[in-house]
Write a protein that binds this ligand. Structure first.
Ligand code: C5P
Length: 294
């Protein structure tokens, strides 16, 4: 069993559009204890790759990132063994939480062990980068600054566990659409991740809360105006050191002060804006073994 956590973007700046169509990023990602579970049954040489998923709305063919990751690993290593995957989804989709990317990272770590490939984390990172921009982060997890199109991962110190309340509204945002809309927006000079990283390294909830930032937020609010209400209601509770949007949305989160976690969760759950979760930061990423966290 591989535990595949969700992530939050505590900071996300878009530095520009690249020649390959992707955007150059400076982002700080945090793994959190809201996790999918991936079971892997390895097969013999020449056997098929197949996937069963607890969420019937998700594809279980080659469009699913778990199978894409398995195919990319086969390509990298010339291994031709099969595998059966059973994926239990708990991470909401189209919410900016990286669930599909985390599942793909879980498949890479799980198959590396199950097929006896012996690839290093750096070798897995290179395969991960071909599957999706966020996949590499989940091989490291914890707290990390990610640059390039997201696939260059620098783990960052985070001595204190932070608590978050996450709200996933009933509307989703497509990542490609949010990046597309960004082109029409004008904004000032880029912000840097250095000050939020310093606040995290100091274990400062207030300092981190004040520095939460996401350049894609105005694009997402333009696409789904209802999200403005989500942000405002979370901020009005007065229970958070800061409120932010993760990825390209639609998930919003509040960073909890002190011991207010349960109270903050109850408050968010009663806002009636979608699914609310109380989650804590994790020090690692995908982990093979018994279920932990959450
Ligand atoms: O890499 P991934 O498949 O997760 O990206 C999904 C979409 O998000 C891309 O097709 C692209 O439109 C957008 N994207 C981007 N710049 C990034 C990451 C993603 O434009 N750094």
């Amino acid at each position: 069993m591989v535990r595949c956590p969700a992530k939050l973007n505590l900071f996300l700046e878009v530095l520009g559009k690249r020649a390959d169509g992707y955007h150059e990023l400076d982002t700080v990602m945090q793994a959190i204890g809201l996790c999918d579970e991936l079971r892997i049954t390895p097969g013999e040489e020449g056997e098929e790759l197949s996937l069963a998923c607890s969420d019937p709305s998700l594809p279980t063919d080659g469009r699913n990132l778990v199978l894409r990751a398995a195919l990319a690993l086969r390509e990298r290593t010339s291994c031709r063994k099969g595998a059966r995957f059973a994926l239990t989804k708990r991470i909401p989709t189209q919410a900016g939480l990286g669930g599909g990317s985390s599942d793909a990272a879980g498949a890479l770590v799980g198959l590396n062990a199950a097929w006896g490939l012996g690839l290093s984390r750096e070798e897995l990172r290179q395969v991960a980068a071909t599957v999706g921009s966020d996949v590499a982060f989940f091989l490291y997890g914890g707290t990390a600054r990610c640059t390039g199109r997201g696939e260059v991962v620098e783990p960052a110190p985070a001595p204190a566990a932070f608590h978050y309340v996450l709200v996933c509204p009933n509307v989703g945002v497509s990542t490609a659409e949010a990046y597309g809309r960004l082109a029409a927006l004008t904004y000032g000079p880029p912000r840097a991740s250095i000050s939020v990283l310093a606040a995290i390294a100091q274990g400062s909830v207030e300092g981190t809360g004040q520095r939460l930032f996401n350049r894609l937020e105005s694009a997402a609010l333009g696409l789904r105006p209802i999200l403005r209400e989500v942000r405002e209601l979370l901020a009005q509770t007065g229970l958070f050191a800061g409120v932010g949007m993760t990825g390209s949305g639609s998930g919003f989160f509040g960073l909890c002060r002190g011991d207010d976690w349960e109270r903050a969760h109850d408050t968010a759950a009663h806002l009636g804006l979608g699914q609310a979760y109380a989650v804590r930061s994790l020090p690692d990423g995908v982990v093979a073994g018994p279920a932990q966290g959450s």
